[in-house]
Design a binder for this molecule. Structure first.
Ligand code: GAP
Length: 507
């Protein structure tokens, strides 16, 4: 049985095989910022294509947008980001290391739960027993219950003083200094500020957008009118977002510069919860079509709703760091459009001819992090397989439609006209997607390299090819090899690797 790769193995694999590099590595990196290498950018673009085509091209009532990263600063006042887009942070006075107070508490809760459940297991007490029974049987489990309750209350009341009291009460120590000498907890806004204009006196303070959604809201009427959209309709966008994350130790899971794929779906007031359920189902199907284990994906209901939402759930994936948010599906009511109306003084309403009424539409949002999606794909694809004869191979079982390289063309030898023939075939396969030509090293070694970057097919050109125009086609997952006529290659490869093969699973 293959095991899920740990995060560290994924990080190393990404670096070695040209998927993801730390940013500015020659200057010792920039924290929580990453660059995508030659194979990473192909995989990322393929994920984008899968999302964009499924959203924009397969739905007549969804159109696209590419709004600027810079937006008028009032946007962020209206959206609430200036006043409340912050994390509670705390510093350790001895090490000067900064932490998110909520994360410190959540990690402590999780460690009590794990220790508690281990003890219950040892004592033979079922995890399905009542919480009181479990608390009585294990001190750690009782601590888990107590801290979870106290933290929940403090979080609901946004009580920063209570956060610090809990950190002290449960003796949480700094991982660097080991000390419990903490500052007070204070809010830290996550938006990056910058300036527009050359002169200090006249320049305007701007923010780098922390989400792409606001570009959609402020363009609601522009899009609705120019594309002649009728409610219900959606606007989709892919673009960069920036957040000054405090805890940023989880590779591309939590980055300071990342990419979002967001869609705002505008509906008639009162119909939003019905659409919320529909979008949940559509999005889950999109995820499952990639062939994932259904047990690795689950919905997580937000118990504490943001003040503007009347329903919110996350699609969580079982990352190597545990079940974590991959995508958010939110029913955001009419909050954003109403706030932009208020702050801009411009009407953002829709006249609904069917009911002869003007209203501010309600919004269902689906928001997925592209980088998190990338990490999910790698987490479930990177395998170490044991082969007969005690050999192992590292393989990326990527969905073929997402693979960076669709086919590699490998002449068996570097002579006898085989490279020339191989290049001729390569030209014939230009339209299957990105291809790769390699003539160096033994054929087995070349296959292994292609397995490691997830190439679904390898073509080997040998002496027989020169005689009868056939090649060996090797399939990545089964490693089976068959003799195929050159004229049939394109159709055979496309059948499995074309993005439309994947998209057809959605209809
Ligand atoms: N417009 C709604 C919104 O931005 P969010 O839950 O803050 O909601 C949506 O972000 C998605 O963006 C998340 O589910 C996650 O996949 C991704 N995301 C958020 N912060 C991220 C970060 N620092 N690094 C990478 N991805 C992030």
């Amino acid at each position: 049985m293959e095991e899920k790769e740990t995060l560290q193995r994924i990080v190393s694999h990404c670096k070695e095989y040209g998927f993801v590099f730390p940013s500015s590595e020659i200057y010792d990196n920039l924290g929580a910022v990453y660059d995508y290498g030659p194979f990473g950018v192909e995989l990322k673009n393929n994920i984008k294509e899968y999302w964009w085509k499924s959203m924009v091209q397969m739905n007549d009532n969804i159109v696209g947008l590419d709004a600027a990263i810079f937006m008028h600063p009032t946007t962020w006042k209206a959206s609430g980001h200036v006043d409340s887009f912050s994390d509670p942070l705390i510093d350790n006075k001895d090490s000067k290391k900064r932490y998110r107070a909520d994360v410190l508490l959540e990690e402590k809760i999780e460690s009590f739960r794990i220790k508690g459940e281990k003890e219950l297991n040892k004592k033979g007490i079922a995890l399905t027993s009542l919480p009181e029974e479990k608390g009585k049987a294990s001190r750690d489990y009782q601590k888990y219950l107590n801290l979870e309750k106290a933290y929940g209350e403090a979080a609901t009341a946004v009580d920063l003083k209570r956060y610090k009291e809990l950190i002290e009460e449960y003796e949480i120590a700094c991982e660097v200094s080991g000390s419990k000498n903490w500052t007070d907890v204070r809010q830290f806004n996550l938006m990056f500020g910058t300036k527009l204009g050359a002169l200090d006196e006249t320049s305007t303070d701007l923010y780098l957008r922390p989400e792409t959604a606001q570009g959609i809201f402020v363009n609601f009427l522009n899009v609705q009118k120019s594309a002649r959209m009728k409610i219900p309709f959606g606007i989709a966008q892919i673009g960069k977002a920036f957040r000054n994350e405090i805890v940023a130790r989880q590779f591309i899971f939590r980055m300071r510069e990342f990419e979002q794929m967001e869609m705002q779906f505008f509906v008639r007031p009162g119909e939003e919860l019905e659409w919320f359920e529909k979008w949940k189902a559509i999005r889950l199907k999109w995820h499952l079509a990639l062939g994932s284990n259904p047990e690795d994906l689950r919905f997580h209901v937000h118990e504490k709703l943001a003040h503007y939402a009347n329903a919110a759930e996350d699609i969580q994936f079982k990352f190597p760091i545990g079940f974590k948010e991959l995508e958010g599906i939110h029913s955001r009511t009419d909050f954003d459009l109403t706030e932009h109306q208020k702050f801009s003084g411009k009407k953002l309403q829709y006249f609904d001819p069917e009911i002869n009424q003007n209203y501010v539409p309600y919004v269902i949002e689906t928001s997925i992090g592209l980088d998190r999606m990338f990490l999910r794909i790698l987490s479930e694809s990177l395998k170490e397989e044991s082969l007969e004869g005690g050999e192992t191979r590292i393989v990326l079982n990527l969905p073929p439609a997402l693979a960076p390289i669709k086919v590699a063309i490998l002449p068996l030898l570097k002579r006898d006209g085989l490279p020339e023939k191989a290049k001729e075939i390569l030209e014939k396969l230009r339209f299957v997607g990105k291809t790769f030509y390699e003539e160096k090293d033994a054929i087995g070694k070349r296959y292994r390299r292609m397995d490691a970057i997830g190439t679904p097919y390898c073509i080997t050109v040998d002496h027989q090819t020169l005689e009868d125009n056939t090649v060996t086609l090797r399939e990545r997952d089964t490693m089976t090899q068959e003799r195929v006529e050159i004229s049939k290659l394109e159709a055979l490869i496309l059948e499995k690797t074309d993005i439309n093969t994947l998209l057809r699973k959605l209809v």
